[in-house]
Design a protein around this ligand. Sequence first.
Ligand code: ATP
Length: 316
Amino acid sequence: MDGSILVHDLVKTYKGDVKAVQGVSFEVAEGEFFAFLGPNGAGKSTTVQILTTLVKPTSGTIQIGGVDVSEQPENVRWNIGVALQETGIDPVLRGRELIEMQARLFGFTKKEAKERAAELLTLVDLNDAADRPCGKYSGGMRRRLDLALTLVHKPKILFLDEPTTGLDPSNRKAIWKEIKRLNKEEGTTIFLTTQYLEEADQLADRISIINEGKIVASGSAEELKRTLGFDAIQLVFHEREEAERASEVLRDIGENIERSREEVTVYTENGTQILSELVRMLDEHHLIPKTLNVKPPSLDDVFINVTNEQKEKERA
Ligand SMILES: Nc1ncnc2c1ncn2[C@@H]1O[C@H](COP(=O)(O)OP(=O)(O)OP(=O)(O)O)[C@@H](O)[C@H]1O
């Protein structure tokens, strides 16, 4: 079994006609770092649960390492590592005990299980807390323990469902470092879901953006930014009310406009060309921004634009 993932026309409809995944197809090559990016409720967790054999798809085919998931789920389970958002770890057990138990489940002898636990505890920097009940761990320590548990059997493919949600920046960076190392040094294929654009931008070779159960854009972070072909004119006002008025005044000047609190972003094909017109319009309405920047698009901008485009298509 190799480390590839092949998904064709995956559909999942839950009871009550909830269309969680609506015809998703993608390929991940062995050793690739792939990120599945999307807002809340987009269908990321459902996809991971299907790929990792925990939920049955309504239709579609999935091959993990060339093995059909619906035909040989056991075989797939032995070759993948899965860290889900909610893990049912018994809080009374100690980190070391848990890793050793997991290793025993994967057929390690007692001695091998002890050695593997010691190795992994060092790897995820949990030596000091190894013999404390994991119910007393902080959020970051729990995530690092989750990661260690998924690595026990040296899986070829690692599925990580929002591994850094709720972590502070330093814990987030520590998890990033470890996932990156696994991918680069051990050649582990990584399938990561995230709501954090920066995470996908920093880590992934390739990204697919999923929204309302459909893939709306795919490519490397750089490709996604390039294909957008837009500049972002970012205006920050002193007051939120000014930003609200500005987004009304500038509604038709660019291709798309977004407002968040005191900030307004206008997306346009050529930022510098429309700049004088934009300033004149603001001036006419006595609106003076605190700062004004024209910048190439970020992954955030790509995300906003592709998800908006989809909404518009659905309205049409
Ligand atoms: N077991 C279930 N039964 C019914 N509906 C479900 C179930 N699990 C998920 N859904 C619905 O399917 C859709 C996709 O949910 P999913 O959890 O896959 O999204 P997500 O992208 O992982 O979101 P988040 O980032 O919030 O975790 C949502 O509308 C959700 O309410």
